[in-house]
Write a protein of this length. Structure first.
Length: 331
């Protein structure tokens, strides 16, 4: 069946046409599919599966009968602990179901899912998988989908979970977009907790390694905390250009080791889309209208940069395969 979300068509296969026998949890998935499919058909609308109003007792009975955690141990490749499952089995069971049938993710509101599902739904909506050229557009779809998904104020734990998921999505999109450059040896994602505070990715260079600190929609003081007089660049889907107009704040960024700040150069927010301006456009206009010099880094290069330049800037460094000759003095 076909449904419309704004201008995009979303397809849900009829229950009778699904072969559940080829899955790892056929009875659980078939019962969940039938339950959600019938609600969608009855409502004949978009985003009508309100998590708050679902029959949690029915879902718990399906869980008890079919024990999906024993059959689907991993959630998008990550093993789920007993404690995680026991804390919120209904939500986890729904997310396990959505991992197999992500199109239903468009219809459930007032529920956070997980990073991979958010990206998968955004890719479905955009019509392409994430790549170097479209990762900003995919992020825009993620933000819009999250706006549509909630019709009430989030509880404190929901808000905290949403912030965490949004941050992880930002990192994941950068990682996917930079996939062809990441070799796991001289350019890789920082996973070790002891050094995670320095940044999210690291590229081996001279005289210091170059760290990438990825943020979501706002820089605030959290980004400053990433700098430890190491060489670092800020990468974000920043929506408020005013965060980069304070001379004191720019000076502080540079003082703690930032060489550049990469920001969206396509419209992201509804106001930006309406006015045809990106965060980078707005920053440029601010400095130009006041006849102020555009900020430079310690190498005399532009400090504020368009996010679409990130791939090319990093590629120019990585193409120098001999790390003893790879320097960020002119970055």
């Amino acid at each position: 069946m076909e449904f419309k979300i704004e201008t995009q068509s979303i397809y849900i296969e009829d229950f009778s046409s699904i072969d559940f026998s080829i899955t790892k949890a056929p009875l659980f998935l078939s019962k969940m599919y039938k339950y959600f499919f019938n609600i969608i058909i009855e409502s004949n609308g978009i985003f009508q599966l309100n998590y708050d109003d679902l029959d949690h007792k029915k879902i718990l009975s399906i869980i008890k009968e079919e024990n999906p955690r024993a059959l689907l141990l991993r959630l998008n490749g990550k093993k789920m602990t007993t404690a995680e499952w026991d804390k919120e089995p209904v939500r986890k069971a729904i997310v396990l179901f959505l991992c197999q049938y992500p199109s239903f993710g468009f219809f459930i509101k007032n529920l956070h899912t997980d990073v991979e599902l958010n990206i998968k739904n955004a890719e479905q909506w955009y019509g392409e998988n994430v790549n170097t050229e479209n990762f900003l557009e995919i992020k825009k779809k993620v933000d819009r989908l999250n706006e549509l998904r909630w019709n009430r104020d989030q509880l404190k734990n929901e808000s905290q979970s949403g912030v965490s998921i949004l941050g992880s999505i930002s990192e994941a999109l950068i990682e996917i977009a930079m996939e062809s450059l990441i070799d796991g040896k001289t350019f890789f994602r920082s996973q070790h907790q002891d050094v995670k505070s320095y940044g999210d990715f690291v590229l081996m260079c001279l005289p210091n390694n170059l760290w990438l600190s990825v943020k979501s929609n706002f820089a605030r003081e959290r980004l400053l905390a990433s700098g430890f007089t190491s060489d670092i660049i800020g990468v974000g889907y920043f929506t408020d250009f005013k965060e980069f107009t304070s001379q004191t704040k720019i000076r502080n960024f540079i003082k703690v080791g930032f060489l550049a700040m990469y920001m969206p150069d396509i419209p992201i927010t509804p106001d930006q889309i309406k006015n045809g301006l990106s965060t980078y456009d707005e920053v440029q206009s601010y400095y130009k209208e006041r006849n102020m010099p555009f900020p430079s880094n310690i190498n005399g290069k532009p400090f504020l940069r368009p996010l679409t330049d990130l791939f090319g800037n990093l590629k120019s460094l990585i193409q120098i395969e001999d790390t003893s000759k790879r320097t960020i003095v002119n970055f």
